[in-house]
Design a protein around this ligand. Structure first.
Ligand code: G3P
Length: 213
């Protein structure tokens, strides 16, 4: 299973670059940084060798295709994030034929994921946390998408996104999702367990009883 870091914060990315397989950003995450988008993207792509998702802002097909080509020119590992709309899927079809990698974002149903795959999306991002927030079951949607993709051997990869807690990561792993994109604070929590801390404290305390040579 691949783990991506869901952030546009360069300090967070530098700290965890040794571990993560890629990075995803979105306009809200970029806005938090208070820096020009292209500068941030160029810096992230220099730190991380794996795929780095960067989102278009246009809503019409030609605007999205134009923006996507500009973003793809920033670095070889840029993946262009395209919103799940009819115009977005037309753009994905064009970009896919041009060999530009895409991540279809704001996916909330298996039918949307089906269309994204049919249009040639490289990745699809179901937003599990936002589905849960709306009273649905985000991981059930992921399960449906994985089942549909398996039936037809689509090559589109599922990125479990809008991850809110370690339980989401575990559920994604149990379902065999190929990728989860995880915020910094959630990723840091994956290292820890209270019994690990207690165990280290006990070992260090007992070590004091070992006679020195
Ligand atoms: O990558 C998309 C994801 O960041 C959205 O997360 O927490 O804003 O729903 P959230």
């Amino acid at each position: 299973m691949k783990l991506y870091l869901d952030t546009a914060n360069v300090a967070e990315i530098r700290e965890l670059a040794w571990l993560v397989d890629g990075v995803t950003t979105n306009p809200s995450l970029v806005a938090r940084e208070g820096r020009p988008f292209r500068d941030v993207l160029r810096e992230i792509c220099a730190i991380v060798k794996g795929p780095v998702s960067a989102e278009v802002i246009s809503l019409d097909r030609d605007g999205m295709v134009r923006e996507a080509r500009e973003l793809a020119a920033v670095a070889a590992n840029v993946v262009v994030k395209i919103p799940m709309t009819e115009a977005g899927m037309q753009a994905v079809q064009v970009l896919s034929r041009d060999g530009i990698t895409t991540n279809v974002t704001l996916v909330f149903s298996a039918n949307q994921a089906l269309l994204a795959a049919k249009c040639g999306a490289t990745y699809v991002s179901p937003f599990v946390g936002r589905i849960d927030d709306a009273g649905g079951d985000g991981m059930a949607v992921v399960n449906e998408i994985l089942t549909v993709y398996g039936q037809y051997e689509f090559r589109t990869e599922v990125i479990v996104a809008s991850v809110r807690h370690p339980g989401h990561v575990l559920q994604a792993a149990l379902l065999g999702a190929p990728i989860a994109t995880v915020p910094y604070d959630v990723l840091k929590k994956l290292f820890g367990h209270p019994l690990t801390d207690a165990g280290i404290a006990r070992f260090l305390r007992d070590w004091q009883q070992v006679p020195s040579a």
